[in-house]
Design a protein around this ligand. Structure first.
Ligand SMILES: Nc1ncnc2c1ncn2[C@@H]1O[C@H](COP(=O)(O)OP(=O)(O)O)[C@@H](O)[C@H]1O
Ligand code: SF4
Ligand SMILES: [Mg+2]
Length: 452
C-alpha cells in the first residue's frame, strides 16, 4: 500500500493497530434523521493490540466478550427446509448437453432463531457458501423452501425479493474482492441506503459516517478507496454495508478467514457487539469449529451438501456422535479431551472430499469414514434427533471409540444390519427431517423414541 505522509498519520505500518477507536454515544454523530439511530451502540473500544492469546484461533471471541447463549424460546426468523442446489454440468462441444449436476446443496433443513446465531461448518467445497447464497437469493434454489416471516424467499421473483433484500444481508469472505476498488467507502456503504431509499439523499453521508463509526472506522474516511484500508478494515466496511439496511438476518460467509489471526478476534467481537445491539440473527459460516464456538450457541456440520450433525454447543463440542464432527473437533487445539472420548491425538481424514457431481452412495462420508460398514454404502443415514437439541446422521452414532458395532438405524429403515431388505421390516414414520427439533427423540441407549 502506498500512502502519503499525511495518510501515514492515520495508517502507520499496521493500520489495523493504529485505528482510531471511538466510544459511541447515542445520537452524537449526526442529526436526527427520523430513522432509528445506528450510533446507539455504547461499547468499549475494540482491543488494538493482539494479546498473547491471539495466536490461536481457539481464543476467538474470548477477551471481554462472553459466549453468545442460546435462547431456547426464541422463534425462528429463518426456516430452511429441504433446500437443494444442483448446478448443471454441460458437455463440451457445439451442442452442450446437460450431462450431470454438481449437487452442491442436497436437502438441507435448519432454523435460525431470531437474534441468535447458527454456525455452519465443514471443509471447503461442502456447500456452505452455496447455502448462504441461496438464502440471500444470489442463487435460485433447485428446490426447497426458505421461510422468512410468512414469505417463502425460494419462490419469490426478483421484483418480489427487492423489499426483502433489506432484511437478509451477506458479509463476504474476501474483503479484497467484495468491495469495488473504484468506489469510495461512502459510495459502497451509501448505495444500499440510496437504492432502498432508507434515508433522504442529503442524509446519506451522515448515515454512512454513523455506520463507519459503529464498525470502528474513522467516519472522516468515507471518501477514501478500499485499497487505502487494511484487510480487517475492509471487512469492517463490508460489515457496515451489510448493516446499512438494518437487516434481521446476516449471512456471514467465513468473515474472518481471509484476515490475520491477530485481527480475527477483533472482527468477531465487532460482529458480536452488532448482534447484541441490533438484535440481528446470524448464519455464521466457517470451515473450522473453533471460529464459531463463542459466537454460535448452535452449530450445523455439513459434509458434501448435507448436514451430518446439528445441535447446541454442548451437543456438538462435548457430545458429538458423528465421526466427521469428531474428526473436525480433533483439529481444534483446546477442545477438552472429554470432547473426543478421551483421545488426544488428531484424527486424520484420509483422502479428499469426493466430487459432488458423483457423490458416494448411501452415506456420503463413507469413503473417508474410519468405521464404515456395509449398510453405509446401501442406505443414506437419516438425520435422527437423538437429544433435546441434537441430530445426527450416522448408522453408528456414538462417542469416539464407543461407536456401536451394530447399526442403530436398521430397524428404523426396515432393513437388516447389512442394509438388505428385511421382509418383516418397514421404515419408521418418525424419520422425517424437518427444521428445528421435536419434543420426542430417539434415545441411543434404549434405542426407542421418547422424551427425556
Ligand atoms: N456457480 C457454481 N457452478 C458450479 N458449481 C459450483 C458453483 N458454485 C459452487 N459450486 C460447487 O459446489 C460445491 C460447493 O461449493 P461451495 O458452496 O462454494 O462450498 P464451500 O463454501 O463449503 O467451500 C463445490 O463443489 C463447488 O465447486
Ligand atoms: S453412516 Fe457409516 S460411513 Fe457414514 S458416518 Fe456413520 S459409520 Fe461412517
Ligand atoms: Mg465457501
Amino acid at each position: 500500500m502506498s500512502h502519503s505522509a499525511n495518510e501515514d498519520e492515520h495508517y502507520p505500518d499496521d493500520p489495523e493497530k493504529a485505528r482510531h477507536q471511538p466510544t459511541y454515544t447515542k445520537g452524537t454523530q449526526s442529526e436526527p434523521t427520523g430513522e432509528p439511530s445506528l450510533a446507539s451502540m455504547t461499547q468499549e473500544p475494540h482491543r488494538e493490540q493482539p494479546t498473547a492469546d491471539d495466536d490461536s484461533v481457539s481464543s476467538l471471541g474470548g477477551d471481554a466478550h462472553t459466549p453468545n447463549v442460546l435462547d431456547p424460546d426464541a422463534p425462528a426468523v429463518l426456516t430452511v427446509e429441504n433446500l437443494r442446489m444442483y448446478f448443471p454440468v454441460k458437455s463440451s462441444g457445439v451442442i452442450r448437453r446437460r450431462i450431470g449436476d454438481v449437487q452442491a446443496v442436497d436437502g438441507v433443513s435448519f432454523e435460525v432463531p431470531q437474534g441468535g446465531s447458527l454456525g455452519l461448518v465443514g471443509e471447503s467445497g461442502c456447500g456452505k457458501s452455496t447455502t448462504g447464497r441461496l438464502i440471500t437469493r444470489l442463487y435460485d434454489p433447485t428446490s426447497g423452501s426458505i421461510h422468512f416471516g410468512d414469505q417463502d424467499l425460494a419462490t419469490l421473483s426478483s421484483r418480489e425479493m427487492k423489499p426483502l433484500r433489506r432484511e437478509v444481508q451477506m458479509i463476504f469472505q474476501d474483503p479484497y474482492s467484495s468491495l469495488n476498488p473504484r468506489h469510495t467507502v461512502g459510495k459502497i456503504v451509501g448505495t444500499p441506503l440510496a437504492v432502498h431509499k432508507v434515508v433522504p439523499k442529503n442524509k446519506i453521508i451522515p448515515r454512512v459516517q454513523e455506520l463507519l463509526e459503529v464498525v470502528g472506522l474513522n467516519p472522516e474516511h468515507y471518501n477514501r478507496y478500499p485499497n487505502e484500508f487494511s484487510g480487517g478494515q475492509r471487512q469492517r466496511i463490508g460489515i457496515a454495508r451489510a448493516l446499512a439496511l438494518q437487516p434481521k438476518v446476516m449471512v456471514a460467509d467465513e468473515p474472518v478467514s481471509a484476515l490475520d489471526v491477530s485481527i480475527q478476534a477483533q472482527v468477531i467481537n465487532l460482529l458480536q457487539d452488532i448482534q447484541r445491539e441490533f438484535d440481528v440473527a446470524f448464519l455464521f459460516i466457517a470451515h473450522d469449529l473453533a471460529v464459531v464456538r463463542h459466537f454460535c450457541p448452535e452449530v450445523a456440520v455439513m459434509y458434501l451438501g448435507k448436514i451430518v450433525e446439528i445441535g447446541d454447543r454442548d451437543s456438538i463440542y462435548s457430545g458429538s456422535r458423528h465421526p466427521y464432527t469428531q474428526a473436525l473437533l480433533s483439529a481444534v487445539p483446546d477442545v477438552k479431551q472429554a470432547t473426543v472420548g478421551g483421545r488426544r491425538e488428531r484424527i486424520r481424514l484420509e483422502g479428499d472430499v469426493p466430487s459432488p457431481i458423483n457423490p458416494p452412495s448411501g452415506c456420503r462420508f463413507r469413503t473417508r469414514c474410519p468405521i464404515a460398514q456395509e449398510i453405509c454404502a446401501k442406505h443414506e443415514p437419516p438425520l435422527l434427533q437423538i437429544g433435546k437439541r441434537h441430530k445426527v446422521a450416522c448408522h453408528f452414532p456414538g462417542r469416539l471409540g464407543q461407536h456401536p458395532t451394530e447399526p442403530l438405524t436398521s430397524r428404523l429403515l426396515g432393513v437388516d444390519d447389512q442394509g438388505n431388505p428385511d421382509p418383516g421390516g418397514s421404515p419408521s414414520a418418525e424419520l422425517n427431517d424437518k427444521p428445528g427439533y421435536d419434543d420426542t427423540w430417539f434415545d441411543l441407549d434404549s434405542r426407542t423414541f421418547g422424551r427425556a
